[in-house]
Design a protein around this ligand. Structure first.
Ligand SMILES: [Zn+2]
Length: 316
């Protein structure tokens, strides 16, 4: 059995795990990223500590390579740029530094791309060459597989589907534009919408959770339980998800879109509605060969995706 380490660098936590070639996580850990220090040195040391802790505890397992997922852009040499709350990485040679430390091959890519690589190797994307994995959470990210490979674009920005503009006069987005897809179809967008409706005094069972405990999960639960407002909020999100997916279908003609992230926990309730709206907006000839599935990687998508990057990069 061969093993790789997958590291998921998040804004709050670093998650790392040892993964075998079948996609089982045999050991894992989680430590704070340490963003408050505002230092690449501190974050890199935390990443190194997480890897060396795993290696020390698992001396019997030979680690073939390390994969890292970052919430930013990585070039093919593993130099990274991050623009979110871990802004300390600017053209930073992450792969080179980790390779020197641990003496094994190291591969780094964007976390949404790794989520797609994880589905490709271990999950719902097995056997497919042209598909898109969208991760619906705080924002919406995508990993795009074209002809069996992640498509990075000219400088690594491909897949920023969350900022696809769907309404120029629409809601403001964190990126500075108005009407981005993720301002209508992400988990945070429906939480915001729900809170504003409760604040307005609209009659809804969501009031039980207001303000701090309103999340995507309770909106889905209340919608299923018959709360009209929750259902309306969820239906609207599905309509916008379908609209954005239809745009992707029309541009890329993929065989599948795999939906991951917290929202995918709504399972068939989500799938049925998103399929319906996608079918309304996509070009019929492209839609007839297209399917929508739920991601299979779940909570461990970050670790598994990063390990999948390591396994697939070794094969290249
Ligand atoms: Zn935006």
């Amino acid at each position: 059995m061969s093993f790789c380490i997958g590291v998921d660098l998040g804004g709050t936590f670093i998650k790392a795990g040892i993964v075998n070639e079948k996609g089982d996580i045999v050991d894992s850990l989680q430590i704070p990223t340490g963003v408050e220090a505002n230092s690449s040195l501190v974050v890199m040391q935390n990443i190194k500590d997480s890897i060396s802790n795993l290696m020390l505890k698992n001396k019997d397992k030979k680690i073939k390579a390390i994969g890292v997922g970052v919430p930013g852009i990585a070039d093919d040499k593993g130099n990274i740029n991050i623009f979110s709350n871990i802004r300390v990485f600017e053209n930073y040679p992450m792969a080179k530094e980790l390779k020197e430390e641990f003496k094994v091959p190291v591969f780094v890519d964007n976390d949404a791309n790794n989520a797609a690589t994880g589905e490709f190797l271990f999950g719902a994307g097995k056997g497919m060459s042209n598909f898109v994995v969208i991760t619906v959470g705080t924002g919406i990210g995508a990993g795009i597989f074209i002809n069996g490979k992640i498509y990075h674009g000219k400088n690594g920005c491909a897949g920023e589907v969350g900022h696809m503009l769907i309404d120029l006069d629409g809601r403001p987005c964190g990126c500075g534009n108005y009407g981005c897809w993720e301002a209508f179809a992400s988990a945070s967008s429906i939480i915001k919408r729900a809170k504003s409706l409760v604040r307005k005094g609209v009659k809804t069972t969501l009031i039980k959770y207001y303000p701090d405990n309103i999340n995507a999960k309770v909106i889905v639960e209340e919608a299923k339980g018959g709360d009209k407002i929750s259902l309306e909020i969820f239906e609207e999100m599905c309509r916008y998800l379908g609209l954005g997916i239809a745009n992707i279908v029309n541009i890329l003609n993929p065989e599948c879109c795999i939906i991951g992230g917290g929202v995918s926990g709504a399972k068939e309730f989500l799938l049925e509605k998103v399929k319906f709206y996608t079918s309304l907006y996509a070009i019929p000839f492209a839609y007839q060969v297209f399917e929508i599935k739920l991601a299979e990687m779940g909570n461990d998508a970050g670790i598994l995706g990063s390990a999948a990057l390591a396994f697939t990069s070794l094969k290249d």
